[in-house]
Write a protein that binds this ligand. Sequence first.
Ligand code: ADP
Length: 491
Amino acid sequence: MKYILVIDQGTTSSRAIIFNTSGKVVGQAQQEFRQIYPHPSWVEHNPIDILSSVRSVISTALTEARVKHSELIGMGITNQRETVVMWDKQTGEPIYNAIVWQCRRTMNRCVELEKYKEEIIARTGLKLDSYFSASKIEWLLKNVPKAQELLNSHRLLVGTIDTYLMWQLSGGKIYKTDYTNASRTMLYNIHTLAWDSYLCKLFDIPMEILPEVCPSSYNYGLTDKDILGFEVSISGVAGDQQSALFGQCCFAKGDLKVTYGTGCFLLMNTGDEALVSKNGLITSLGCQTDKKPSYVLEGSVFVGGAVIQWLRDELKIIASASESEKLARSVESTNGVFLVPAFVGLGAPYWNFEAEGLITGITRGTNRAHITRAALEAIAFEVNDVVSAMKKDLGVDILKISVDGGATENNFLLEFQADITNADIVRPKNKEVTALGAFYLAALNLNLFENLEEIKLMNPIERSFIPQMLCEDRDVKLEGWNKAIRKASFK
Ligand code: ADP
């Protein structure tokens, strides 16, 4: 038998998933690693922890699946995006912890650069924010003495997690990244498909330390037998959200996926057109399989499934996340209650960091079922606001949305999403779409499939949710939500 190994290197854990050539998962393993918070709002990972967790899950997954090294024909990597590592080319040793995407240490630096924000959007498609890699790399170069020392002796390397893993697993032979990861650094020009000299100068980052950028489905090179115990070709690499979009088979322009996790991530394939949003969304590169670049429009909601955790852990009105569905269904409506979970401000399309969470419309008769129902509806309203922004940018209606993530277990949520967005919501059978995306990318490079149509047949729809709500009812609900959003935004 032949198998493909996928590494899903996430923010809190590393996973290894083994697929057979028909896309079936035959084994997997997961390991959490340390989150390091040296100061409030600073977030770091130890790169050595990341690497050892990856090695450990690879070996556990192979053992569990009883797959021999010789049966592996390829490897795919999908990873947390924007997080950066700097290391010594000679010894492989990191010079500092990885600075994680969530880390806000360079927030003030980004405020200083405010006058360059239009230029940054024009070149990278991104909003000027400490979230992206550029200001993190600049911080490392300025604050870690070893960085300058290694730079002067041409031994300094820097990369996102995919680059670090490939370099380590190949014994220093692969120094590459893919378009999707490069497009999140805020140093890569998404139109010319090259590292941007203007931005590298702005952040004072020498271009020679940046890795080579390649398509997501590509022969990156071989792992090193002495390091990993076996040699296998790395043939698919993508940042986690773009990998999920590919794993959802959103191959055509206008195809949209929503991941409902702690937050909600919306990505839409906009084909070979780099759409610049007028409605608070950002533009990045998607997984490229042929010569033409592929672009995506992205919007994220900060608090998605996390509002259900809040009901469980802080309000303690539900015992488990899954109880929320039963409770929500036990009442006919929220009875006029709206909950805006702006716990950390509001993300796309509002970008209002001053907004505060609220519950509005409470009466003497309001009970925990109404509040729980309002919390679930809030997730769908938030997602709908981003979908509306995408519709405006694209100028066409959106009739279908592919969904994944922990909260998609909740059928009530998806029914309400279909109703409020007036679109079909489709949930695939295999919900591991992030890993599946990296599997498809690797498999395409290994010529396991003739074309993308063949891939579409591999993960059928498990269930579709069709809109049932009357137009008038939808309008009333949206009006109530918009009023609540205005209150939360102090407008
Ligand atoms: P992440 O990858 O961000 O950790 P997951 O995809 O694992 O997230 O999803 C976990 C989130 O989904 C949690 O915030 C949890 O509250 C929410 N969740 C899980 N099951 C349900 C459910 N049945 N109904 C509503 N929310 C749920």
